[in-house]
Design a protein around this ligand. Structure first.
Ligand SMILES: NC(=O)c1ccc[n+]([C@@H]2O[C@H](COP(=O)([O-])OP(=O)(O)OC[C@H]3O[C@@H](n4cnc5c(N)ncnc54)[C@H](OP(=O)(O)O)[C@@H]3O)[C@@H](O)[C@H]2O)c1
Length: 307
């Protein structure tokens, strides 16, 4: 099986690589400018000129699109770039997939919802993004659906991993710089380890990859790890676990603040918990537990990265 992986140097892309390598021959594309990236095709995926020809040359059976414009606050003033990567790119990959019987796996976000509810969102619930990022990701979903290609769009939330920009790494860094931290306590969601989403991606591909096994079974599914927390609660769990595994010697004091007391450029949904029952029912995928996943991630950080 030929697999094209975009965004291979992102936090999810790096976790996807070992999973996908077990399943087929993987070609990686990113705009990464790094020395230890190995065999990555360097390309600005926001520039669609020549992209179709590139994909045509590779002839993938599966495209896994982990590339995305993920700077939620920056997107408010940089909408054009956000829409190019989050809408135009998946639209282009989807049209190629539709014409070439290729399965497209793509990722979307809890930020397509407004968060003005207190129950977990199902795939069929009305969307209502509050930010440019959320709008651009929603338009990407729509472009894929409109193409008619075989696809799995996996909406996820609050990703973290050993790499990249995420809340876990930020909290660990700040623990070394500050003795007191103010953390928002009125935004609630489900932190998800990128490793778990990568594993789930492998399971989804195994089920849907061939036209015969996947026929009639495409669409949007929610996947997040199980564990509903506010950012404040999550910071607490991170510090408790980091102390337990010996990654930190001392945790800062945490102060709970409201979103109003901690204004950010982009508005976030207050309650963006995703209901994962459909992916369990349709594809047999079970969510991993927040605490056990976080502990393994922090243990790996300690072991490999000398954090
Ligand atoms: N992070 C979260 O909390 C979160 C939550 C919900 C859903 N998601 C979704 O999950 C997916 C994976 O997110 P992630 O956290 O792994 O994102 P990430 O770490 O930001 O990785 C995205 C990758 O795409 C690359 N990329 C962006 N624009 C590009 C361009 N124009 N040309 C080539 N490469 C480009 C990035 O390169 P640069 O680093 O150079 O930009 C990066 O390597 C995305 O679809 C995201 O929307 C993420």
């Amino acid at each position: 099986m030929n697999i094209l992986l975009t965004g291979s140097e992102g936090q999810l892309g790096r976790e996807l690589l070992p999973v996908l390598t077990q399943m087929g021959a993987v070609t990686r594309v990113d705009r990464a400018d790094c020395t230890d990236c190995g065999e990555v095709l360097q390309r600005d995926l926001g520039d669609l000129d020549g992209l179709e020809a590139l994909v045509d040359g590779l002839r993938p059976d599966v495209i896994v699109n982990a590339a995305a414009y993920t700077a939620v606050d920056r997107a408010e003033a940089d909408a054009e770039a956000a829409f190019r990567v989050n809408e135009d790119l998946p639209g282009c990959l989807a049209r190629w997939s539709a014409g070439n019987d290729c399965l497209l796996v793509h990722y979307s976000t809890d930020y397509v919802f407004s968060g003005d509810t207190n129950r977990a969102y199902r795939e069929t619930d009305p969307t209502g993004p509050l930010s440019v990022y959320g709008e651009s990701k929603l338009d990407g979903e729509r472009a894929i659906a409109a193409s008619g290609c075989r696809h799995a769009v996996l909406r996820t939330s609050w990703l973290y991993s050993r790499h990249g920009n995420n809340f876990v790494l930020t909290m660990l860094r700040l623990a070394r710089e500050r003795s007191t931290l103010s953390i928002v306590s009125d935004q609630v969601g489900c932190p998800t380890w990128a490793r778990n989403l990568a594993r789930v991606t492998g399971e989804v591909i195994a089920r849907l990859a061939t036209a015969a096994s996947g026929s009639g079974r495409h669409g949007t599914w929610h996947y997040c790890d199980s564990g509903v927390v506010s950012w404040y609660d999550f910071a607490r769990v991170i510090y408790d676990t980091a102390l337990e595994v010996g990654l930190l010697e001392k945790a800062p004091q945490l102060l709970a603040v409201s979103s109003a007391e901690y204004p950010q450029t982009a508005v976030r949904p207050p309650y963006s918990v995703l209901d994962t029952s459909a992916i369990g029912r349709d594809l047999g995928v079970e969510p991993a537990a927040l605490q056990a996943s976080l502990k393994t991630c922090l243990e790996e950080l300690k072991q490999h990265d000398n954090f």
